[in-house]
Design a protein. Sequence first.
Length: 458
Amino acid sequence: MTAVPVVAHVRHGSPIARAVSEAAAPRAAAIHLFEVDEQPHVLTVDGSRIFGVDAGSYAALERAIASGDDAVDRELARLGISGTPGVAPFVDDTPPAPPPVRALSLAVAQKCNLGCTYCYAREGSFGGEPAVMSLDVARAAVNALLVDVAPGERVNLAFLGGEPLTNRAVLRAATECAAELAAARGVAATFSITTNGTLVTPDDGAFFERYGFAVTVSIDGIGEVHDFQRPFKNGRGSYARILAAIAPLLATQRRMQVSARVTVTPQNLALRDALDALIALGFHSVGFSPMLASPTGAGELGAPDLEMMLAEMIGCGRAYESAVRARRRYPFANMVNAMRELGRGTHRPYPCGAGAGYLGVSAAGELSACHRFVGDPAGALGSLSKGVDADRRAAWLSERHVHRQEPCRSCWARYLCGGGCHHEVIHRGRPACDYIRGWLHYCLGAYVRLTDAEAFDG
């Protein structure tokens, strides 16, 4: 199968993306300055708070940046927007105590019927022999998830692989077991699955609807673009099979929500085209994730690719802004999530709950920091039979804290980014910092524009 060429307008890079990346470059650890329609604004990193400031204050902060971090802190205190004496920062150097585990992902099938060369799971087997989870292991995982949960709490059980529907019987039995135990204990249980979509049946859709599953379908574009990246092991494309299989789910989703996740490589950078086409198919939301670390290096994005991706993401974001202003739903997941996070003032020392409130479970019952670390010693955290390795988990939370990461400690985006996906950072480093900062810089501007226009509901 030959490579599918990307469209010409992304092949040569983007002056817009380059300008955004330059504007987003880290200049001070405590703040990020940006303008929206020529109006000056500042993001204070402590607490992720956004302030509109006058031209004089903006100029004073610019001068303070040139003089160093201490000068910035003094100027923020003078302006009264940060640095209150005696008030602790929102994020400090102390790793949190390991929280109770309230989410597990079960690798119910460490095998797959597709042959995606970039897959972190090495075509589903995680580099070992293909394996499936037994019902005993699945039940042990469910019991471990619910053992110390109090009434009124929430838990999540996720199914991944490989392709989890190659072990449909255990997936369903584990779901039913978790739902029954949760109901008996007054606990809310939610369920999710990430699937390649080729094996989904209408009966699966009915099951997912009954239990309110969040269904994520991995689909990397439209037609031959997807087929190039996600073929069956015999080389044949999977796109037509997926569309036929998931059509009943898209038509009947109510409690169930069916979303599309697009892994972005150098071969499928026409993101706006893919976004609009997938939304038109009826997906509840559509999100993009850059391929930054694959076992063989296949499909990984380099700096020029990430610049192209940023340009495309901004194009998608502008479409989202237009839709929100017009009160039209436009389920671009990356943008929806960014607006929600900025609205909340999200500030965190980690990118996600991996190794904290969320763990992965291998087919054999081994525990890892997340689903991506199945079979990987770098993220090993115990087993169902022996329990969580408390010392290793505490060490993980200490070592992975964003204050222990470089160059994160001096980056204004550190509490929005959290330091980047642990698996990607451990195995490839941080090739996407300019992209991440550029995307967040754009999102800050979009958030201010939409807030000023009173475009957000509520």
